[in-house]
Design a binder for this molecule. Structure first.
Ligand code: CP3
Length: 342
């Protein structure tokens, strides 16, 4: 580990003041230079799978704001796409898949395709590592198996009723899908670490849709399996989980998965989260993206309140969810200045 990378120091359990800073969705449409790149690529999937363009998108926010981490420019639905599921991006709707409802469709998800389909993404990681400032760490990522299952089973964003019904009415089928996604996520994240990702994050954005017993079965158990497999395959690479809207299940999630850090969503109160998460697990978050969008004194006050509440704990400053496309880049610059001068 390079001593200069504060993100990695925090992820190995040290409190650092002021805390390191990066933002979920730090690369994206709020940046004019991203919009130009996206136009050059034509469509989003092409941008994700063209290493020189994806590396540039990864580096843009780090260069502009001097952030402490870069997050690989890619997307969580790329894993099931790489396993053979057709993926489209519809304007304003996000990722769309043909709904997956049968055991045959689960069995057809083909791990043998993974390496080939993902080769450009691994090349992006190598390209970013060549250019990243010495103080910034590169984070690789994947979707939590349950969140990936939500997009696959329902076919696109919404209330994910088909997935939630499957959890109750056909648990063996959802279990088989989640097993397949768990195994391939291990391979996918291990490959990212091998290519040069210095930390790995699991985005389980829809984890909070499940009641406790199903949360344990379809969120905590597969996450724990991913963590223990990666301890063998990518030793020393810290692991962050983001069980969005987990509420009171954050404590069991943090204690039972073995993760090095957990991301706090917008509704988690930092003091309460700090009380239920084991002290050795780092906390990441959790400024409201709408405070960043609004800017001004509320942004400054809320950012300071979060940082002070978690001072003395291993803490990575971040948002509670992604940067909104309407956010003025000047507000991000202001947040970076604020956190630096705490
Ligand atoms: O800067 C970064 O965070 C790096 C890359 C990244 C993207 N998506 C790029 C992206 C990461 C880490 C993600 C994670 C992701 N993707 C999640 C988990 C986090 C969360 O937001 O809850 C989820 C659920 C997805 C699935 C996804 N991809 C959705 C729902 C959407 C549509 C919403 C939107 O903002 O358009 C996407 C598209 C997407 N992923 C874009 C980007 C930059 C927008 C693409 C474009 O139009 O240019």
């Amino acid at each position: 580990m390079e001593a200069g990378k504060t993100l990695l120091r925090v992820l190995s359990g040290n409190a650092v003041w002021p805390p390191p800073l990066w933002l979920m969705r730090q690369a994206g449409r709020y940046l004019p230079e991203y919009r130009a790149l996206r136009e050059r690529a034509g469509d989003f999937l092409t941008l994700c799978t063209t290493p020189e363009l994806a590396a540039e998108a990864t580096l843009q926010p780090v260069r502009r704001f001097g952030l402490d981490a870069a997050i690989l420019f890619s997307d969580i639905p790329l894993l099931p796409w790489a396993l053979g599921r057709p993926l489209a991006y519809e304007e304003g709707k996000g990722p769309v898949f043909p709904p997956l409802r049968s055991a045959g469709e689960v069995a057809a998800l083909d791990p043998a395709r993974l390496r080939g389909a993902m080769a450009p993404v691994l090349e992006t990681i190598r390209a970013v590592r060549r250019e990243l400032p010495a103080s910034a760490a590169l984070i690789g990522f994947g979707g939590g198996p349950f969140t990936l299952a939500c997009y696959l089973v329902d076919g696109g964003a919404g209330e994910f009723l088909a997935t939630r019904r499957m959890a109750r009415e056909e648990p063996a089928l959802l279990g088989a899908l989640i097993d397949r996604l768990t195994e391939t996520t291990v391979a996918w994240l291990a490959a990212q670490a091998e290519a040069g990702a210095e930390a790995l994050m699991l985005f389980d954005s829809w984890a909070g849709l499940l009641p406790p017993a199903l949360f344990r079965r379809f969120v905590i158990a597969p996450t724990a399996r991913i963590v223990s497999a990666l301890r063998e395959l990518a030793p020393g690479v810290p692991l962050i989980g983001f069980p969005r809207l987990a509420g009171l299940m954050l404590g069991p999630y943090a204690s039972l998965t073995g993760l090095d850090a957990v991301g706090l969503d917008t509704v988690a109160e930092p003091e309460i989260a700090a009380a239920v998460v084991p002290a050795k697990v780092a906390l990441q978050g959790n400024l409201d993206p709408l405070a960043l969008l609004a800017g001004g004194s509320a942004l400054a006050e809320e950012a300071r309140t979060i940082a002070l509440a978690l001072r003395g704990r291993p803490h990575i400053f971040n948002l509670g969810h992604g940067v909104l496309p309407e956010t003025p880049p000047a507000h991000v610059a202001e947040l970076a200045r604020l956190v630096r001068s705490l």
